[in-house]
Design a protein around this ligand. Structure first.
Ligand SMILES: *Cc1c(COP(=O)(O)O)cnc(C)c1O
Length: 225
């Protein structure tokens, strides 16, 4: 199916989720995650009107960036090794996976100017998932103040892989509570307005719980069916 047709379906589902909880769909940014697909398919997504692309590896990002340049807004959503920061830092507009001070230090050192970051939180507390324990998040954000180029625009999480909707919902709800707590601090370096949560299988729940950025791969740009 063409990306344009899939985008139409996703938009309808987003509208539906927003209607349920009285939100304006304009508050939800769609990030097309292109990590599984070709550069050609990523290009098709941009031509279909998708303004934001997400990649989780430096190789994938660079390959697509070389063709699409800065036409889309680029989001780095994967685990980021410090030694790879220099490969991507001047190509991306948002880094969603900030989870340690050593990474903040490297980002701050390599960035040419202000750089938008989201702090990744392991809301499900599954050992396999990256991100900070929820109890550590507020102190972690406070400790980022000295890194003058880093702007904490929000928080990011991945829900566990489960059919239990309640478990998923609780993870998203937790992220929102943490976001609200940080926002209430009114730190200039951490406006923390964004909630990056929701993927192909759970973006509707995430939107009901307040997501402002949904990261959708398979359901939006998947090349099968
Ligand atoms: C792959 C990935 C996504 C998109 O996953 P889909 O299930 O294909 O929508 C979203 N966020 C992160 C961090 C990912 O790695």
């Amino acid at each position: 199916m063409k990306v344009a047709a899939k985008l139409e379906q996703i938009r309808q589902q987003i509208n539906e989720a927003c209607r349920k909880v009285n939100r304006n769909p304009d508050e939800v940014t769609i990030i097309a995650v292109t990590k599984y697909v070709s550069t050609e398919r990523a290009k098709e997504a941009v031509e279909a009107g998708i303004l934001h692309l997400g990649e989780n590896r430096d190789e994938g990002l660079l390959e697509k960036w070389n063709v699409l340049q800065d036409k889309p807004v680029w989001h780095y959503i994967g685990t980021l090794q410090s030694r790879k920061v220099k490969n991507i830092i001047d190509k991306v507009n948002y880094i969603h996976s900030l989870d340690r001070l050593s990474l903040a230090e490297e980002i701050n050192k390599r960035a040419a100017g202000n750089i938008n970051c989201l702090v990744q939180v392991n809301t499900s507390q599954e050992a396999s998932k990256h991100g900070l324990h929820p109890d550590e998040v507020v102190d972690f954000v406070k400790s980022l103040r000295p890194y003058e180029k880093i702007r904490i625009q929000g928080l990011m999480t991945m829900a566990p892989f489960t059919d239990d909707e309640q478990v998923i919902r609780e993870c998203f709800h937790k992220l929102r509570e943490l976001r609200d707590q940080i926002q209430a601090c009114h730190f200039e370096f951490a406006p923390c307005t964004e909630l990056s949560m929701g993927m192909s299988n759970d973006f509707a729940i995430a939107i009901e719980e307040g997501a402002t950025m949904v990261r959708i791969g398979t359901a939006l740009v998947g090349e099968d069916g």
